[in-house]
Design a protein around this ligand. Structure first.
Ligand code: MG
Length: 224
């Protein structure tokens, strides 16, 4: 993601300080990841707080996340669910799962979080096969070319009222550039068009600026 130093980052820092009030364990987890060479792929503190607030507004007890990374959004979501709630987060990269589990343990959230390592489509199909209880909220945030497939599978793990949030859908504005044949851009367009054409979803999307640059989310509620 492009790094925009000003004024978006400065404004985000101001908002983080006065509004977001990031839990210390989340700040500590981010501090650890910044000491590595891994790119800042996690949501910003303000975005994490938004996910937390959506989960709270929805009274979400069961949340599904696709793409854990070091558990930053996972932990925001875990803070939002009750003690008998669950955040099930799927991550392909084994070392990210290890890092995330450590952060989740440090934050004393492990009783509310289950991490599953592996290919998301495969795991989603297993969850469908196992007929697991539907999720109240789903956060799609893994491999962008897989978003259309992940959406299709997530619809089978949802119920009326389930909220589905898709991250990183704007691509610095490349989303609407139909000359951009990059599979990321074309898959995200497919995702947006699938979301829009699905009669079981009511949806919108918001473009965002901030510490993460120019990006955005889709928001949907399952209606049938
Ligand atoms: Mg993301």
């Amino acid at each position: 993601m492009t790094n925009h130093p000003t004024p978006w980052t400065a404004t985000d820092n101001y908002l983080h300080h006065h509004l977001v009030k990031e839990p210390p364990h989340l700040a500590a987890a981010t501090k650890k990841i910044r000491a590595t060479t891994l790119p800042p792929m996690e949501v910003s503190p303000a975005q994490g707080k938004l996910l937390y607030l959506i989960a709270k507004i929805a009274n979400a007890r069961r949340i599904l996340e696709i793409g854990t990374f070091y558990g930053y959004s996972t932990m925001w979501l875990a803070y939002a669910v009750p003690d008998n709630g669950l955040v099930l987060s799927i991550e392909l990269t084994e070392k990210f799962v290890t890092m995330a589990q450590e952060n989740i343990n440090d934050a004393k959230l492990s009783h509310k979080v289950k991490l599953m390592q592996g290919d998301a489509a495969k795991i989603l199909n297993e969850l469908i096969f196992d007929n697991v209880e539907p999720f109240d909220m789903i956060f799609i945030d893994a491999h962008k070319p897989s978003y259309p497939e992940h959406l299709r599978l997530c619809m089978r793990l949802a119920k009326p009222g389930t909220i589905i949030v898709g991250d990183n859908v704007i691509l610095d504005g490349e989303l609407s550039n139909t000359n951009n044949a990059n599979p990321k851009a074309s898959s995200l367009r497919q995702f947006i068009e699938d979301v829009g054409a699905n009669p079981a979803l009511e949806s919108t999307a918001l473009q965002t600026v901030g510490a993460k640059g120019y990006d955005g989310f889709t928001f949907s509620v399952v209606t049938e």
